[in-house]
Design a protein around this ligand. Structure first.
Ligand SMILES: Nc1ncnc2c1ncn2[C@@H]1O[C@H](COP(=O)(O)OP(=O)(O)OP(=O)(O)O)[C@@H](O)[C@H]1O
Ligand SMILES: NC(=O)c1ccc[n+]([C@@H]2O[C@H](CO)[C@@H](O)[C@H]2O)c1
Length: 225
């Protein structure tokens, strides 16, 4: 069985969920774990002197629970997939792909939590400029909704801080321009994932080749398919 963990991180409204769901729809045997589903209860998240609830920090998330889900997938991806809410309506699998399982982890702080970061094989980071981010955020309604001044007073400064932190600690990030069309971003990432999957060794078969050469030597070799 082969396992691949793909990370889709980046700024709020960068298009992480959109990309994750498109990949999920195209990749057989894939599951999505979304960091946004692990926010602590509002009453447990600190509020600063301006009345801004501090959501955009790693402590606002139940990372232990998120790690449990990731480990459950690693342990038994087939069983995890059966219990997964986001079951893939994916294309038919070729036999070669049948033993390949892919986990897509998406979220705005997935690389800021080292135990999670360490498990991710392919790391993508969607970024968009300040103006576009603010514009997209204004069109969304979170629960609870952003109070006045929240984007400039909390969300964007925390994004800059969190991004700075990973730039110093995470070396293998692939940055994606979230202002490109959904289709272009998807095609770029999907192509890279396919290439990675093709490089991953499949089942190992033991072939015993008996070579009747002049000297009647015998040799063994392993073939990866
Ligand atoms: N490539 C794109 N071009 C234009 N708009 C996009 C693109 N990708 C996503 N969007 C739109 O931007 C908004 C945010 O997208 P999405 O929910 O995927 O972002 P996100 O990074 O998961 O955000 P958050 O972390 O805040 O939940 C949505 O309205 C979505 O339709
Ligand atoms: N509980 C939530 O899902 C929640 C509540 C308030 C704010 N947010 C925002 O979600 C974004 C990440 O996707 C962050 O920028 C949070 O501010 C989420």
């Amino acid at each position: 069985m082969r396992q691949l963990i793909i990370g889709i991180g980046g700024v709020t409204n960068g298009g992480k969920s959109t990309l994750a769901m498109s990949l999920h729809a195209r990749i057989p045997n894939s599951c999505v774990i979304a960091q946004d589903t692990f926010f602590k209860d509002n009453s447990l998240v600190p509020v600063d002197s301006r009345g801004f609830t501090q959501y955009d920090v790693i402590d606002s998330l139940k990372m232990d629970e998120m790690m449990c889900e990731v480990r459950a997938w690693q342990k038994d991806p087939a069983a995890f997939q059966d219990s997964c809410r986001l079951r893939s309506q994916c294309p038919k699998m070729s036999e070669a792909a049948a033993d390949m399982y892919t986990l897509i982890i998406e979220g705005f702080l997935i690389y800021n939590y080292r135990p999670l970061n360490e498990l991710i094989d392919m790391k993508y980071f969607l970024h968009i400029p300040y103006e576009i981010c603010k514009e997209r955020r204004c069109l969304r309604t979170y629960n609870p909704p952003d109070p006045c001044g929240y984007f400039d007073g909390h969300v964007w400064p925390m994004y800059l801080k969190n991004r700075n932190e990973i730039e110093d600690t995470v070396s293998d990030l692939v940055y994606l321009d979230g202002t490109q069309s959904r289709e272009k971003i998807f095609a770029n990432v999907y192509k890279r994932i396919k290439m990675e999957m093709d490089k991953m060794p499949g089942k190992t078969y033991l072939c015993v080749l008996v070579l009747h050469l002049n000297c009647k030597k015998q040799s063994k070799m392993h073939v990866h398919v």
